[in-house]
Design a protein around this ligand. Structure first.
Ligand code: GLC
Length: 444
């Protein structure tokens, strides 16, 4: 269980390092930067999707689960990356997207029965897409209505069809045989839906994670988060063997135990969205820590940059917290140098407004931050202000702070208990010591 206290670094491949000057990050670029990850001291990295994709959802609309987007590289380059990582003792996680495919995936036409279709001429229920609007769209070619929990370009697979299960098990085995050490499972609470397609009931009470307006009005008990998900996940586990499975379960912590029957870890999203306030942080941390198998996370490619959310003045404390909570921690590329939300692109690449969190990594103070010699697909934000090269040399930098914390976390040993403390402080026992995180309730 190498992952128990692991630090996992999230790489957004298109924005990490370009090796061929086309302005888009690629696998070779990642391989070239592995020494940085070793220096930082992380145990593993997770690659956001590297598969062929029409890019309606920037890689999360997969058109071939066992291929590589030619802009990012080749299968041989995946092998080189995995080998180079393993030589350095770094483990590799891929993003597995089992709930849907791209509408351009050959399966959609070759195996329409692998997808979920409305039995009537129109949406059969009130389900809504995570990005807003109805979760059903009409397929112009056949006139039938199909389900999509995300963009219309991402039809949902039918996990009640054994052929789908088998196909996805094949995908998992394919990558395991190539040497990957685990998967981050995308949107896994959507894996299986109500067989009768019943309406979701109205929401009751507060939901602790952000939802689009129409999604917030419903309680997701039929369009996802089904009890049957455990069995469906079991088939992924069967193919994955002992590989690490980390679930993206976009639900309150109280819903996680079901998923942890099969998965090793689930992301602690209530921490990611907690205001920077001691009481609220405490309320987010306590139940998640009690599960003993959450992956602590404070930002990713979908939400505000950590620096923009908590404010640059709180970044050291946020890092202290993230990296001293008990269990695995995920760090999103660029957070370790304090990157802020960027301007995004105009017109936007991502219709849901997430370009701002995906600007290129800033390696040095040059114009393109050392990311590319070409024209970057998204502009760099402020490489002169924030970059790896300068912060590496500076013993007082945020990057050095991250590195020290990662080294320090090898030491404390087990034991975690939240302690009573002043309103502006979050204090806990960790291993043998006591850690106090300054939390200013007025910001964040
Ligand atoms: C997950 C991904 C997000 C994507 C969605 C649909 O939430 O993190 O980027 O848009 O799933 O695949």
């Amino acid at each position: 269980m190498w992952w128990r206290d692991a630090v996992v670094y999230q790489i957004y491949p298109r924005s990490f390092q370009d090796s061929d000057g086309d302005g888009v990050g690629d696998l070779r670029g990642i391989t070239q930067r592995l020494d940085y990850l070793s220096w930082l001291g992380v145990d593993a990295f997770w690659l956001s999707p590297i598969y062929p994709s029409p890019l309606a959802d920037f890689g999360y609309d997969v058109s071939d689960h066992t291929g590589v987007d030619p802009q990012l590289g080749t299968l041989a380059e995946v092998d080189e990356l995995v080998a180079a990582a393993h030589e350095r003792g770094l483990r590799v996680l891929l993003d597995l997207i089992p709930c849907h495919t791209s509408i351009e995936h050959p399966w959609f036409r070759e195996h329409p029965d692998w997808y979920i279709w409305s039995p009537v001429d129109g949406p059969p229920n009130n389900w809504v897409s995570a990005f807003g609007g109805p979760a059903w769209s009409r397929d112009e070619q056949t006139g039938r209505w199909y389900l999509h929990s995300f963009y219309p370009e991402q039809p949902d697979l039918d996990w009640r069809n054994p052929e789908v299960v088998e196909a996805m098990q094949g995908v998992v085995r394919f990558w395991i045989e190539r040497g990957v050490d685990g998967f981050r499972l995308d949107a896994i609470d959507r894996l299986i839906k109500d067989a009768e397609l019943r309406d979701d009931p109205p929401a009751s009470g507060d939901f602790p994670l952000p939802l689009r307006q129409d999604a917030a009005k419903l309680k997701r008990v039929y369009s996802g988060n089904r009890p049957e998900v455990v069995q469906a996940l079991g088939s992924i586990r069967e193919a994955a063997g002992e590989a690490l499975l980390v679930g993206e379960v976009f639900l309150p912590t109280s819903e996680y135990p079901r998923y942890l029957e099969v998965l090793d870890l689930v992301f602690a999203f209530e921490l990611l969205f907690s205001p920077w306030d001691a009481e609220r942080l405490r309320a987010a941390i306590e139940p998640a820590a009690a599960l003993e198998r959450v992956a602590w996370v404070m930002s990713n490619h979908d939400f505000d940059r950590l620096a923009s959310r908590v404010g640059p003045e709180h970044l050291r404390d946020a890092a202290l917290l993230l990296l001293t909570l008990p269990g695995a921690a995920f760090v999103y590329q660029g957070d370790e140098i304090g990157m802020l939300n960027g301007p995004g692109a105009d017109p936007p690449f991502d219709r849901a407004g997430r370009d701002r969190f995906r600007h290129p990594m800033q390696w040095d103070g040059s114009e393109n931050g050392g990311f590319t010699t070409g024209k970057p697909w998204l502009p760099p934000i402020d490489p002169q202000e924030r970059n790896v090269a300068a912060q590496r040399e500076d013993p007082a930098s945020l990057l050095t702070h991250y590195r020290h914390l990662i080294a320090y976390r090898r030491e404390p040993g087990d034991g975690f208990r939240l302690l009573d403390s002043d309103p502006g402080t979050l204090t806990y026992e960790r291993g043998g010591g006591v850690i106090s995180v300054e939390v200013d309730a007025t910001s964040g």
